[in-house]
Design a protein around this ligand. Structure first.
Ligand SMILES: [Cu+2]
Length: 236
């Protein structure tokens, strides 16, 4: 069974959108699984549909027949696909639960750092822990629309919103998490590829929603340490 899951958890979508976090391939695998299952059913249904349209098309001398679906032979056209759909539903639930558990329910212990992400109309504020690795200390680094993280490190994030609903979305990491005023939502990620990537708001949050874009810079250890050193606020 594990080999089955591994097949779907490869970087299949990488040519379309980079796979930039430890769990991005799992999300892609889930999408691919659903796509294949639904795709096969779609093609089968269309094939049968078109086949019957041609087979039973009007012909001179043949009268139309009224089918009420009470006949056992006719009923099978409903019950057999219905049972198959239920079986595939169970498969999708099993596959998605694994992914859901790993990403949303199981928070890795002892993260390398915790960052705070605050959405407001219409910008993202990021609070980085600074050199001491602790949030809410004087050396915290605040940035607007620019998140800096170190590659291959495990992060927890505390997501907040100050005004209305926003949604913290980082496509290359396959993160999309709603931010809700009055609540702190904790999640995690582990970047696996350096570079500059898009952060967007994925929840219509007002007039400026479309321009609520930010960037995440995933840096190697050296570059990140240099950034932290250069941006640490002067001691008071
Ligand atoms: Cu927003």
């Amino acid at each position: 069974m594990n080999r089955f899951f591994e097949f779907f958890e490869r970087d299949w979508f990488d040519p379309l959108i980079e796979v930039g976090s430890s769990y991005a391939a799992q999300i892609d695998g889930l999408i691919l699984t659903v796509l294949i299952i639904v795709g096969i059913w779609f093609l089968a249904a269309e094939y049968i549909f078109l086949h019957f349209i041609l087979k039973f098309r009007a012909k001179p001398g043949r009268r139309g027949e009224y089918i009420d679906g009470k006949n056992k032979r006719h009923k099978r056209w409903i019950t057999i696909p219905h049972l198959c759909v239920l079986a595939f539903d169970v498969l999708i639930i099993v596959v998605s639960f694994r992914v859901w558990y790993n990403i949303k329910m199981d928070l890795p212990e002892d993260p390398d750092a915790v960052i705070r992400v605050v959405g407001q109309q219409w910008a993202w504020t990021f609070q980085h822990p600074g050199a001491d690795g602790e949030l809410d200390t004087p050396d915290d680094i605040f940035t607007v629309d620019e998140l800096h993280v170190e590659n291959e490190k495990t992060y927890h994030f505390e997501l907040q919103a100050t005004d209305v609903l926003h949604s913290f979305s980082v496509p290359v990491w396959r993160i999309k998490q709603d931010a809700i005023p009055g609540r702190t939502i904790t999640g995690w990620f582990q970047p696996t590829r350096t570079g500059t990537y898009d952060v967007q708001c994925a929840e219509i949050c007002g007039f400026g929603h479309g321009v609520m874009a930010a960037h995440v810079m995933v840096e190697d250890a050296e570059t990140h340490a240099a950034w932290v050193a250069a941006n640490t606020p002067a001691a008071q």
